[in-house]
Ligand binder design. Structure first.
Ligand SMILES: [Zn+2]
Length: 266
């Protein structure tokens, strides 16, 4: 497997794929050259190992695959990590899709409703994405909204076997170091999550999306979206959270000047 992946990473990157990355990932041109090459290598492994399935009549094309893979693989850059080991399939719907849900409203009474979703991350090997929602993130890179970053952050969260808002931390380091990382992570995340909840309750604006106040699990996914799409604002408003994400992702997008207007021209 290691040798196969090495071969995939060192194969020439198809020019057509590069054109897709350039036009769909504004961050690509701001990456240092070695990072671009690393990202391309990861994309090659990702596309060789993961299956894509179109849903709702959609035929998944190369543009969709490469665009999704590039965003997913940005989260892997510089890190000792596997390629989302539990993930087997990426399901793509043309637009936001409707899921029937049942909610217990008390005394054994259940309410059935329809929920519209732009994406989902399952622990059992699948990420679901609505292509129009993916494009919204692509066209508004500074908005803080990016469904691919969001759903793949959930996959990282699940990697340690638990959905708790903490991904694998200090993987491969001595146990005592890992414990220190988890303690630090949990202190900062808890504080920031509680602050966001308080702000949302007061109706105050934050650089982090309100959706992050839903749960610690959603907070990590929202913080990841924010880190890669509004890093300069995040570093300024939430320096401790930014530092923690910078350490986890081994990247410093604010330093690279990733700052885009909320709405782009595409
Ligand atoms: Zn989520």
């Amino acid at each position: 497997m290691a040798l196969r992946r090495k071969r995939l990473r060192s194969a020439p990157f198809p020019p057509e794929w590069r054109r897709i990355v350039e036009s769909h990932c504004l961050f690509y041109e701001r990456l240092p050259k070695p990072d671009r090459r690393e990202l391309e290598g990861h994309i090659q492994v990702f596309l060789a190992e993961k299956k894509f399935e179109g849903c709702g009549g959609l035929e998944v094309n190369e543009e969709m695959k490469v665009c999704i893979a590039a965003h997913a693989c940005l989260l892997l850059l510089h890190r000792k990590t596997d390629y989302y080991p539990d993930l087997k399939t990426v399901l793509v719907y043309p637009t936001a899709y409707v899921v029937p849900t049942t909610r217990h409203i008390g005394s054994g009474v259940f309410e059935e409703s329809q929920q519209t979703r732009a994406g989902e991350s399952w622990r059992e090997g699948a990420v679901v994405l609505a292509w129009d929602a993916v494009l919204t993130g692509v066209r508004n890179p500074g908005s803080g909204y990016n469904v691919v970053f969001h759903e793949f952050a959930h996959q990282l969260d699940y990697e340690d076997g638990q959905a708790d808002g903490a991904p694998l931390l200090g993987h491969g380091e001595p146990l005592i170091e890992q414990k220190r990382h988890y303690a630090e992570w949990s202190r900062i995340m808890k504080t920031e999550f509680e602050q966001l909840r308080a702000r949302v309750n007061l109706g105050q604006h934050s650089v982090l999306s309100d959706y992050g106040a839903t749960s610690p699990v959603e907070f990590f996914a929202v913080a990841t979206e924010c880190f890669f799409s509004k890093p300069v604002e995040m570093r300024q408003a939430h320096p401790e959270l930014y530092e923690q994400m910078k350490w986890h992702y081994q990247q410093d997008p604010a330093q690279l000047g990733w700052h885009w207007p909320k709405t782009s021209v595409q």
